[in-house]
Design a binder for this molecule. Structure first.
Ligand SMILES: C[S@@+](CC[C@H](N)C(=O)[O-])C[C@H]1O[C@@H](n2cnc3c(N)ncnc32)[C@H](O)[C@@H]1O
Length: 256
């Protein structure tokens, strides 16, 4: 980008420094994602999960790829795309796959996820819990604006019984959800992707997670000039962690 364009954007009151910052962030993250080789990313998650959960994560991948669920999910996804004309902000199929493998490997009983949108991640959580043979999912999101498809639009009806939706800003709802749940096995962040909000959700989740519990997060890539919440948090608290494309997986140590 040339200097004159940069100055025009920063000084333009309709654009301003904050939107310019978001623009730079999005541009850098898009560049990073484009440079990644998906097969390399996939192999990293298989190695990490197989090693830390003493399982054959490659077998879970095979199970996922050949599942009836995936066919169903792709059809529902295509229908929603046709209805809306776009599926902006919905998690990519690749990140959904990594989440599925994580849940199959870690076998959580109580899962809390923030940021649901149309339920791409929820559908994958619920299918993996079903295959595990048990577990419940608590989903937190803001109320949908009028006319938006519901938070379970991408979830097959047969899986909906294992989940509960809590509406409101996580700043107002998360503490009560954790209090009611007692302790949890897996927390996934995918709500507001600002450094302070991510750090706050991670810290709240850290207190609720059992030792050895799993902290996962979407949107863990950051620009060069931005602080990156996921590695900052997991390094500070000694979680073993990896990043697979734009999805972070971390395991809470037993002694913190
Ligand atoms: C990136 S989308 C989530 C995508 C979703 N996980 C999926 O699998 O497609 C972000 C979601 O977070 C929700 N959100 C944003 N800020 C929030 C907050 N402070 N509290 C609760 N939900 C929030 C939005 O309503 C939106 O549905």
């Amino acid at each position: 980008m040339n200097y004159r364009l940069l100055m025009r954007m920063v000084c333009d009151p309709r654009f301003g420094i904050n939107r310019f910052d978001s623009y730079l962030f999005a541009r850098e993250v898009a560049k990073q994602k484009k440079a990644l080789d998906l097969e390399t990313e996939r192999q990293r998650s298989i190695r990490f999960l197989s090693h830390h959960f003493d399982c054959d994560a490659a077998a879970y991948l095979e199970e996922y790829k050949t599942s009836q669920f995936l066919k169903e999910y792709d059809e529902t996804n295509a229908a929603l795309l046709k209805q809306l004309g776009h599926l902006r902000a919905t998690s990519s199929r690749f990140d959904c796959e990594t989440l599925y493998l994580t849940v199959r490997a870690a076998k959580p009983q109580v899962v809390v996820e923030t940021g649901v949108l149309y339920g791409a991640f929820s559908a994958h959580f619920l299918e993996a819990l079903e295959r595990n043979g048990g577990g419940q999912l608590i989903c937190l999101d803001l109320p949908s604006p009028p006319g938006r498809p519901p938070q379970d639009a991408l979830v097959p009806p047969r899986l909906r019984g294992r989940s509960k939706l809590v509406l409101g800003d996580t700043k107002d709802t998360l503490a009560d959800v954790f209090k009611e749940a007692g302790s949890i096995d897996l927390f996934n962040h995918d709500s507001l992707h600002t450094f302070p909000h991510m750090m706050w959700e991670y810290l709240m989740a850290h207190r609720a997670l059992k030792p050895g519990g799993v902290l996962t997060s979407h949107d863990v890539l950051a620009g060069r000039f931005h602080p990156n919440a996921f590695p900052t948090f997991t390094d500070a608290l000694g979680y073993r962690h990896t990043i697979v494309r734009n999805y972070g997986i971390a395991i809470k140590p037993s002694d913190v």
